[in-house]
Design a protein around this ligand. Sequence first.
Ligand code: FMN
Length: 166
Amino acid sequence: MTTMREDITPDRFRSVMRHVPTGVVVVAATTPDGAPVGLAVGSFVSVSLAPPLVGFFVAHDSTTWPRIEPLGRFTVNVLADDDEATCRAFAMRGGNKFAGVGWHPSPMGSPVLDTALAWFDCTANTISDAGDHRFVLADVHDLSARPAGRPLVFCHGTYQRLGDGS
Ligand SMILES: Cc1cc2nc3c(=O)[nH]c(=O)nc-3n(C[C@H](O)[C@H](O)[C@H](O)COP(=O)(O)O)c2cc1C
């Protein structure tokens, strides 16, 4: 039986996509008044090695992204598997998500979370519409990773830890 495209409801789409594991990052920026802002993103992906490009998708109804986009610069902070609380805080809408979160500025002045497993210092390259999201293609200007630690993984609607490996 062939599935009709109109039968692919958001709930059905989610029920299949929940089997696809993703890492979790916090995309963050420093506003002109010095306040850090950010949101949790699971759609982060490596795009190009030379030049170094990364990308992610942001929902049209994000309230934080419209504060980041005009700045044109941001960090991508990869969360470690002991940092579930940070992910939950940045997946909330509104409020001061940085309350109690340690951070320091990247070389370009965007927030690097003290607990990040890895971070990328980025500027926006191209932003394009992608259904109910926007695709943000970004240039990487600097990056770093802790020598040890494992990434937080989101799959089957829960936070998971990787087993063997580093
Ligand atoms: C594991 C996980 C992955 C997420 N991935 C994305 C994503 O890729 N893009 C996105 O726009 N929102 C994503 N979200 C949802 C946002 O973090 C959430 O909508 C947040 O409330 C947005 O806040 P804002 O309104 O302050 O922008 C994700 C949330 C979780 C928990």
